[in-house]
Every structure is written in C-alpha cells, then in structure tokens.
Design a protein around this ligand. Structure first.
Ligand SMILES: [Zn+2]
Length: 266
C-alpha cells in the first residue's frame, strides 16, 4: 500500500505490539513510518518470545523502542518462566525503554469470574519491583475495577512513572491517577467512544500520550483496515478539537510527554 506523504508535526505511537503483526504487515509499517509522519514507536511485549522479537526489531531500527513484560490477559506461566523473562529484562536493560505490557486480567475475569487474582497480583508486584530496580517506567493494562488495585500497588512501591494505556475507569480513580502524575494514552477509538472523549476532556494534556495498540483493529472510520500507526494523526486531531487547543500545540505537547515519560529521544 502506497500512502500519500503526510507532513504534520512529529508524533510517536506510544504503545503498539509490532511483534504481533505478520512479517509482511510489519515490513509495510516499518517502511512507511517516515512518509506517515510517525517518528517512532514503543513496541510492548506479550511474553518472553515477544520480548526477544521486539529486541531484535528495535536493534535493527532505532525508531523502534522496546518494552519488556508479560501481558495479563493470558494464562500465567510458571515462576521459573517468569524469572526467565525478568532475567532477560535485566540483561537487556540498555535496550529497553520500559517494563510492559503488564497489569491485571480484567477482560479474562469478565469471561471467567472464578479466575484467581492473587497470582496475577504477585506477578504484577514482581514487575513493579523490577521497574524500580531498573529505573524504568511501567506500561500498564489496568482498567475499570482493577485500576484502584493497581494504584495501591504503585503507591506502595512509590512508583512515579506509570502509564495506563487505553485507560477506562471511574472518576475517583481518574482523579487519583492525575494527582499521582500518571500518564494515560488514547487509541483511535476516541473518534467514536464517548467514554474516551470524556476522559480526554477531564485529563490534563500534559499527562496524555497517543497509541494504536496495533495490531488491534478499530471500528468507525478504521473498520476493516489493518491498524497502521498513521491512525494516530486522527487521534491528535480529535484531542485538539476536544481540548479546544491549536493542533500544533497539541502535537508538540504529546511529543514532549512521550519523550519525558520514556526518558528517551527518537
Ligand atoms: Zn497492548
């Protein structure tokens, strides 16, 4: 697919699973970032194999930065397997910008209410401690009822740099996250989900980033299309409209937020 060159202000997709695309799609994405006006990506990991793949991708292309973690919406692995992932992260700490994606399995629990949470909480605690040990920020999958639980854990360990990706939750928790200086990120569903539009109106722009969570696919104007990081320009436009702030200012703020949060430049 050849795209018309987009030349807006630089922007970073702060949360994508680049390793989960098939190799043709990944090639297409990596080959079209520049013409899409996307300066870089943070590729988060699903499990150990995913960490290895993201590391390999990021070593070949400096626009891609890796985060290492274990996604909570899957059965937990043994302690020994988890320890392997943690040692991998320690060994490769200079090639990672964050711990992630980690968190709690909200959607799996909705499907299976008898799912035991304690082992997931223990797993998340290990990653929170690793985040402190390595001095890296943490990228969280934590929505609705799970978010206050995760806030408790972060506060207990005095974590300051936390990013609640694709966040959805109650007003009280939103207020708490804001006061703690936590970041949220917004996906293309801001174009058609009122819940996300309301969140963006309430949350300070200085604590927002943008993401696609690709290869996850979206509805509305994106229905039936492969999720390409180029979509985030539409997200920025929507944020600018909702916040009633000039587009250029919003681009600059989102870009600065991403650099400040991950403490790296693209
Ligand atoms: Zn994700």
């Amino acid at each position: 697919m050849k795209m018309a060159k987009i030349d807006p202000y630089p922007i970073i997709d702060a949360h994508i699973h680049l390793d989960l695309y098939d190799s043709e799609e990944r090639k297409e994405i990596l080959g079209s970032l520049e013409e899409s006006g996307v300066e870089g990506l943070v590729s988060v990991s699903f499990h150990l194999e995913s960490c290895m793949k993201n590391l390999e991708i990021s070593k070949r292309d400096p626009k891609i930065k890796s985060a290492f973690g274990f996604h909570p919406e899957q059965p937990l692995v043994s302690e020994a397997e988890l320890e392997k992932l943690i040692s991998f992260s320690r060994r490769n700490k200079h090639d990672m910008v964050a711990i992630g994606e980690v968190g709690l399995p909200y959607y799996s629990r909705m499907e299976n209410p008898s799912l035991q949470m304690e082992p997931y909480i223990e797993c998340l605690k290990a990653f929170i401690q690793l985040s402190n040990e390595l001095g890296k920020p943490i990228v969280l999958h934590s929505v609705y009822d799970d978010a206050p639980v995760v806030c408790d854990l972060l506060e207990q360990e005095s974590v300051e740099r936390a990013h609640f990706h694709w966040f959805k939750g109650d007003t009280k928790t939103i207020q708490r996250m804001q006061e703690n200086g936590y970041y949220i990120s917004v996906t293309p569903d801001i174009l058609y989900e009122k819940e996300i539009q309301d969140l963006v109106q309430d949350y300070p722009l200085s604590q927002i980033m943008v993401e696609t969570d690709g290869p996850w696919r979206f509805d509305g104007p994106f229905a039936g299309k492969m999720t390409h990081p180029v979509c985030i320009h539409k997200v920025v436009e929507e944020i600018s409209t909702l916040k009633r702030q000039p587009l250029q200012e919003v681009y600059e703020q989102l870009y600065t937020n991403t650099q400040n949060f991950f403490k790296c430049s693209w």
